[in-house]
Design a protein around this ligand. Structure first.
Ligand code: MN
Ligand code: MN
Length: 407
């Protein structure tokens, strides 16, 4: 249907050509065959070209759907000496009540200061290297050096730190995902902030030292700041009551993916990363023209982060509602609970994105599998299709379907 629409309206045939034609269509304005008319008033052509199907939606889009896209490029940057942070929360993307995201950069040796928060924190390292530490309620310690494609998880209330290490990008950049859309990176519990707001004589009594020993405590929070270079990994191993029983880090990109025609999928949840009790994720790679099949999730809303390339998603919201969005690297997408969707690579190169859920387990329902495993006469009488259509569907789930060969 989607393909038919594009061919009929845009007269294009190939994947990359379709994108260019669709963008030209978006730039042309709200015109769809005989429907619509060019915008005569003010326009923002650059913005319109990024979202061709918002300005000129396919005929299959219909009804009122919430906005399901936010670009980190539109998020306020908090600039600090040594790095920056920007966030996508329910304030930026109102539909995303379950999950918030933060994009952070730390130069080598710069620290995201020692802190904790109410929310569980899941992180994916985008570039560079970092050292992370934590201490749990039983005095057990955690430390790891992480790099591109590695995860960490800090459970709710557990104090931790992040420090940039020497790397090819001079430090580290990462994505943080929190299990509450209302999270704010500005409202974490910081060690400096706490000490700055506790009477000095109380601090002296607590630490068992003279007040003079605390004369140079910071007067306000440091948040991100240039710190001393870390010691060697071995020297930074603190013993305490031994290591935390479940590692707070996991090498997601190193995990062997499910491979299928059109792409790969890596699923990381409590089955292989047991400490991550509140966040489950999939890392999906799509070849040009390939598609994450039509599916939905029975256990929560989906928060997406686009790592590489460009893609298109249509979300089906029941009651005839559907809306199509275009995404590219650095964008956030969202699928409200249980809504049907697909994600198609519309660019000329490999597309990679993360699907993130507030759940201990990844779970996905496949339209193809549902149709294949329902009595065929029943399916055929719903859809007016031949048995030949059903014969080609797989019994097992294939999360990715390849580009169709052009005839
Ligand atoms: Mn944190
Ligand atoms: Mn999905």
């Amino acid at each position: 249907m989607h393909d038919l629409y594009r061919r009929a309206i845009l007269g294009a045939t190939g994947g990359a050509a379709l994108t260019a034609a669709a963008q030209a269509q978006g730039t042309a304005g709200p015109v769809r065959g005989d429907e619509g008319a060019p915008i005569a008033g003010p326009t923002n052509p650059a913005r319109q070209a990024e979202e061709p199907f918002t300005t000129a939606p396919p005929k299959t889009d219909h009804g009122s759907m919430p906005n399901l896209k936010w670009s980190f490029s539109d998020s306020h940057m908090r600039l600090e000496e040594g790095g920056w942070a920007r966030e996508t929360t329910v304030r930026e993307l109102p539909a995303s009540k379950e999950i918030a995201g933060v994009n952070m950069r730390l130069k080598a040796n710069a620290a995201r200061e020692m802190h904790w928060h109410k929310e569980g924190e899941w992180s994916y390292v985008l570039k560079g290297r970092a050292r992370i530490t934590a201490v749990d309620q039983d005095g057990r310690t955690f430390i790891a050096d992480v790099g591109e494609g590695d995860l960490w998880y800090s459970p709710s209330g557990i104090p931790h730190s992040i420090q940039g290490l020497q790397s090819d990008i001079d430090g580290v950049e990462f994505l943080l995902v929190f299990d509450d859309g209302s999270f704010s990176e500005d409202s974490t519990f910081l060690i400096t902030d706490w000490l700055a707001h506790t009477p000095r004589d109380v601090l002296a009594k607590n630490f068992g030292v003279a007040e003079e020993a605390l004369a140079h405590l910071p007067e306000k929070e440091r948040y991100i700041f240039p710190a001393a270079a870390p010691a060697s990994f071995d020297r930074d191993q603190m013993v305490g009551a031994g290591p935390v029983p479940q590692s707070f880090a996991y090498r997601m990109l190193a995990q062997e993916p499910q491979r299928m025609p059109g792409g790969t999928v890596r699923i990381t949840d409590t089955r292989n990363f047991p400490v991550s009790q509140t966040i489950a994720a999939a890392l999906v790679e799509l070849e040009p023209g390939a598609m994450r099949e039509l599916h939905w999730h029975p256990n929560g809303s989906e928060w997406q982060y686009y790592l590489e390339g460009e893609g298109r998603m249509t979300v089906f919201g029941s009651e005839g509602k559907a809306r199509t969005f275009d995404y590219r690297a650095g964008d956030v997408g969202y699928v409200p609970f249980a809504m049907g969707h697909y994600i198609e690579n519309t660019g000329p190169s490999t597309m990679r994105f993360l699907e993130v859920f507030r759940s201990s387990r990844f779970a996905s329902l496949s339209l193809n599998q549902w149709m294949k495993l329902t009595p065929p006469e029943l399916v055929r009488s719903h859809l007016n299709i031949t048995q030949g259509v059903l014969d080609g569907l797989p019994v097992e789930q294939h999360p990715v379907v390849p580009a169709r060969r052009q005839t």
